[in-house]
Design a protein around this ligand. Structure first.
Ligand SMILES: Cc1ncc(C[n+]2csc(CCOP(=O)(O)OP(=O)(O)O)c2C)c(N)n1
Ligand code: SF4
Length: 288
């Protein structure tokens, strides 16, 4: 017990989490601390970026260099970090509102470019921090203060978008299964390229439909014989959703050059380790 406490303290900040008791964000936080411990992630090898929302508060509860971007802008910030120092392990925490509404375009483009980073999408299917409004992940018919007569729109499915756009590691996990989520975080972070884990994260305060019990009843682990290199099969898996039909595990994985691999300027060393020569005369002349 003492050992476990000691392990978790290394990465935990002195702040106490402010999430509601039972929130799925606790599971994500714990899995991340365990993964960080196992992989020796620290301030010299890892950078963390978060969006704005309940999910984004995670940066306050872990002791790693971090940036909390503008709402919807976690991925462009992370892409900039990747290009400045591609040797870093980059982990992005984002919400379903953050990555699919305000940051919807950045999500497709970061996946398409295969930036080398792990994206942990806290999917509670609502806007949590602003008190439970309907988000792009809320199901059709969902009743909230912004859709009091029921949501008339179909939800977005982030893994469908990720696979269609070109993400090279695509997984789904449930926030209540911490050991499995930890494993997937490690695999996603080790993967070279854009790795996305959609974490089914119950918001116990506002989302009374996608509860812990709902997920415990309806998720199933992909079987060992499932071929995660088959892109069409993976896309078909993303079409499954509903009663006893929510697959979790690695849906898709492929090896492909990252955006950073293909930039000639980064071939020898990261940008942060290069002497940048600036000819200020030329730069100012450009504006005259
Ligand atoms: C550009 C912009 N639009 C709206 C807001 C207000 N806002 C802050 S958090 C939030 C919802 C966050 O929802 P989500 O990303 O799903 O994260 P969660 O709180 O559910 O973890 C909104 C709409 C903002 N801060 N900036
Ligand atoms: S409002 Fe929902 S998402 Fe936010 S901390 Fe509470 S339970 Fe978690």
């Amino acid at each position: 017990m003492a050992l476990i406490k000691q392990k978790q303290e290394r990465i935990k900040s002195p702040q106490t989490p402010t999430w509601c008791p039972g929130c799925g964000d606790f599971g994500i936080w714990t899995a991340f601390k365990d993964a960080a411990e196992a992989e020796q992630w620290n301030n010299t090898n890892t950078a963390v970026v978060a969006g704005i929302g309940c999910h984004g508060h995670i940066v306050n509860f872990i002791d790693l260099s971090s940036v909390e971007g503008l709402h919807g802008r976690a991925l462009p910030v992370a892409s900039g970090i990747a290009m400045a120092n591609h040797e870093l392990n980059i982990v992005v925490f984002t919400g379903d509102g953050d990555s699919l509404a305000e940051g919807g375009n950045h999500f497709s483009h970061a996946a398409r470019r295969n930036h080398d980073m792990l994206v942990v999408l806290h999917d509670n299917a609502i806007y949590g921090l602003t008190t439970g409004q309907t988000s792009p992940r809320s199901p059709k018919g969902y009743v909230s203060k912004t859709t009091p007569k029921g949501n008339i729109d179909e939800p977005l499915h982030p893994l469908r978008i990720a696979i269609a756009a070109g993400a090279t590691f695509v997984a789904r996990a449930y926030a209540g299964n911490v050991p499995r989520l930890k494993e997937l975080m490690i695999q996603g972070a080790r993967h070279k390229g854009f790795a996305i884990i959609q974490v089914l994260q119950p918001c116990v305060t506002f989302n009374k439909q996608y509860t812990h019990i709902f997920y415990q009843k309806n998720i199933y682990e992909l079987p060992p014989e499932y071929d995660r290199t088959d892109r069409a099969a993976a896309f078909a898996k993303t079409l499954e959703w509903g009663e006893k039909r929510i697959p979790v595990g690695i849906l898709y994985e492929e090896k492909a050059p990252t955006h950073e691999d293909q930039l000639p300027v980064l071939a020898k060393k990261p940008l942060v380790k290069q002497m940048v020569k600036r000819d200020m005369k030329k730069a100012t002349q450009a504006f005259i």
